[in-house]
Design a protein. Structure first.
Ligand code: SF4
Ligand code: SF4
Length: 170
């Protein structure tokens, strides 16, 4: 269905580099095994709606989202993928690493519908830490999974973000 352009709010054009630099850059790292079946919808929706682990970003701070998968076990490829993304953003747009936050998707960090947390989680965090990037754990947090974690059906996460959704996703 075609939107009526007149009904849409004005959006700062991303073609203007100064507008791009005003965005907070979020890179969502997803599990290669999970994204074989998951399109990542809930990760992106959490960022758009500032829910789950994305609730800390003010709604008036525009976010610019990138997604990539870890490259498969043991996750080592995440280092070169993220490094290349950072270098490209620096070279093409003058973006500094301090402006980039990496979110490890909830299916990596939490026991959930798809399985237990990634067995290489600490290794992933060490690799990303070597790139001097801020790391946060989680994206979308499902209320159902959160209940299962509090009931002991799933393992609890040590730093549980607020549950704000009832969808069937981690
Ligand atoms: S957190 Fe959910 S939506 Fe995001 S990649 Fe994992 S399963 Fe998919
Ligand atoms: S390293 Fe972890 S996040 Fe990556 S594919 Fe393996 S289990 Fe998934």
């Amino acid at each position: 269905m075609q939107d009526n352009v007149a009904d849409l709010p004005p959006v700062a054009p991303m073609s203007d580099p100064s507008n791009r630099l005003a965005h907070r850059v979020i890179v969502v790292v997803q599990c290669r095994l999970v994204v074989e079946r998951c399109p990542g919808y809930y990760c992106i929706r959490a960022a758009e709606e500032r829910t789950g682990a994305m609730a800390t970003y003010p709604s008036d701070t525009p976010l610019r989202l990138f997604t990539l998968d870890c490259g498969g076990c043991c996750g080592r490829a995440v280092h070169r993928k993220l490094d290349l993304l950072c270098r490209t953003l620096a070279k093409k747009e003058g973006l500094e690493r301090s402006q980039i936050t990496v979110h490890l998707a909830t299916c990596i960090t939490h026991d959930n519908f798809h399985g237990p947390p990634c067995p290489h989680l600490d290794y992933l965090k060490a690799l990303i830490g070597k790139l001097n990037l801020t790391i946060r754990e989680g994206t979308h947090i499902s209320q159902r999974a959160q209940s299962r974690r509090s009931e002991g059906i799933y393992m609890a996460h040590p730093e549980e973000p607020d549950a704000q959704s009832s969808e069937q996703s981690p």
